[in-house]
Design a protein around this ligand. Structure first.
Ligand code: PAF
Length: 288
């Protein structure tokens, strides 16, 4: 198997990437919180295909977890993650400790205006700001690169794009399509929390999104009617717990739109057993 360099410090990661660029190589960054699955490996494969030196960061960022969320239980395993990265051709894994990333609690906080005032920004106060801080740090440490993020966390992707654009960071943010199981369930590290019965129920999120998209494709332009169609599908699954949202919004700003027009995103978040699952798909309404 190919070797992967494991970097534990900010200084080592910065030096590794600077040396790569000094030698004329392009750098790719795949930010993760570990517990790597086929979705992450898809991002890594794309980075390996498009950049000379692919670096995977593995860091469970405490800043993006709220009180009572699953920080302590978050699945991990650096050894197996590093082996997967090596097998896919990553050049390095950056796996700092919390003390290395945050020698002192950061005084900086990030707010993304309207983008963080909806959906996950409301339901998980501080989450998107916490993602913003760690991604800004990763971009500062890794330096000029292409950075690969999954579309499954659509709002996160939108926030990261704004972060790079608003702060003129030398990072090309690349969004990658969600990887799904054959039954439509989006891959997520949190799927590990599902019991077999809950796993069987989980594709209802994707079915709800598809039903909303079909309504739009059939000509429906009222957001409420599309949302009602999604809610009806979700209600067919008795194991599903609280639905946080099942909605349609403008794809780039995530603001509500009525009538529906342009690039849209249907988004859903719901509780299933111990897991909180999110998913989304896109639909375009071409202008008449
Ligand atoms: O999507 C994730 O795994 C995390 O939110 C990220 C981008 C690695 C930041 O901690």
């Amino acid at each position: 198997m190919r070797e992967v360099t494991v970097l534990g410090t900010v200084a080592a990661a910065r030096a590794f990437c600077e040396a790569a660029r000094a030698g004329g190589a392009t750098v790719g960054l795949v930010p993760t919180m570990g517990a790597l699955h086929a979705g992450h490996l898809g991002l890594l494969r794309r980075s390996v295909a498009e950049t000379d030196v692919a670096v995977v960061s593995v860091f469970v960022n405490p800043l993006q977890f709220g009180a009572g969320e699953d920080l302590a239980a978050y699945p991990g395993g650096l050894r197996s993650d590093a082996a997967l990265c090596a097998a896919e051709g990553a050049a390095a894994v950056f796996a700092p400790t919390t003390a290395e990333m945050y020698p002192a609690p950061p005084a900086v906080s990030l707010d993304f205006g309207g983008l963080s005032a909806v959906l996950e920004g409301v339901l998980r106060p501080g989450h998107l700001g916490g993602v913003g801080v760690v991604v800004a740090k990763l971009f500062a440490i890794i330096g000029a690169c292409r950075a690969y993020f999954g579309e499954k966390d659509w709002q996160q992707l939108a926030v990261v794009r704004r972060l790079a654009a608003d702060l003129s960071l030398p990072v090309d943010v690349v969004g990658c399509a969600t990887v799904r199981e054959a039954d439509g369930l989006a891959l997520s590290s949190r799927n590990a929390y599902l019991s077999p019965a809950e796993r069987a129920a989980a594709p209802v999120l994707h079915r709800a999104l598809c039903s909303g998209a079909e309504r739009i494709e059939a000509g429906e332009r009222r957001a409420a009617a599309v949302e009602a169609a999604m809610a009806r599908v979700l209600a067919t699954e008795p194991l599903l717990g609280r639905v946080d949202y099942a909605t349609v919004a403008a794809a780039d700003t995530l603001q509500p739109l009525d009538p529906l027009a342009g690039e849209l995103r249907l988004l859903v978040a719901a509780h299933l057993g111990a897991a909180r699952l999110i998913d989304n798909i896109g639909v375009t309404v071409a202008s008449a």
